[in-house]
Design a protein. Structure first.
Length: 207
């Protein structure tokens, strides 16, 4: 009698096990590659934004407002969406074609205001200094933030998709405000906590 050709149950189980092992190897590697790609894109975007900020400074002797309550009256940048690069960096002179640089780690987040998907931007001299309409600088934070970041800071939420976590407040003046985010460090794991940052004083984003 001829024996029908086919796979035995054991052979099928071996094939399934091999597929599962290959998937267990491939999926994490794919996710790691995605994170690395987003980190590279974020850093490239921040270099572009930093160049636009500095070009704006050369022409106007100030950086574009961050939309804080001490902003100097930008009609197209409402204060309910402050601490983001304003649209005014595109007009009347286009230092950059669009201010809508979406954070790759927040582009799929469900938020009511699209601007909240952008990179976060602080103009330190406006929010805590007197570059805007604040009458006196914030004694608790301004000198420290100025030394820490310079006049501005950009940051991405990073792979954890959230702002922060912050440093322990014991390392800087004040209590819990403003919280200084811990920088993202891929040596702690590609998907580790922390924010990807760039500031006037620190293009490497180590603080």
């Amino acid at each position: 009698m001829l024996r029908k050709k086919g796979f035995t149950l054991i052979e099928l189980l071996i094939v399934v096990a091999i597929i599962a092992i290959l998937a267990a190897i491939a999926i994490p590697n794919f996710l790691e590659a995605q994170v690395r790609s987003k980190v590279s894109r974020t850093k490239a975007d921040m270099r572009t934004l930093a160049g636009a900020l500095e070009s704006y400074m050369v022409d106007w002797n100030k950086y574009p407002g961050d939309g804080a309550q001490y902003c100097w009256g930008y009609p197209n940048y409402p204060y309910d969406a402050y601490w983001y690069v304003p649209d005014t960096i595109t007009t009347p002179l286009a230092y950059i074609s669009s201010a809508m640089f979406v954070d790759p780690f927040r582009e799929t987040e469900l938020v009511t205001t699209p601007k909240y998907r952008r990179y976060r931007y602080w103009y330190v001299d406006m929010t805590w200094g007197t570059a805007g309409t604040r009458p006196t600088p914030s004694a608790s934070y301004y000198s420290f933030l100025k030394q820490w970041y310079g006049s501005w800071k950009l940051n991405s939420a990073g792979p954890d998709k959230t702002y922060g976590p912050p440093y322990n407040t014991g390392i800087y003046p004040g209590t819990m405000y403003p919280e200084l985010p811990i920088p993202y460090d891929p040596t702690n794991g590609t998907r580790s906590l922390g924010d990807i940052m760039r500031s006037q004083n620190d293009s490497a984003g180590i603080k």
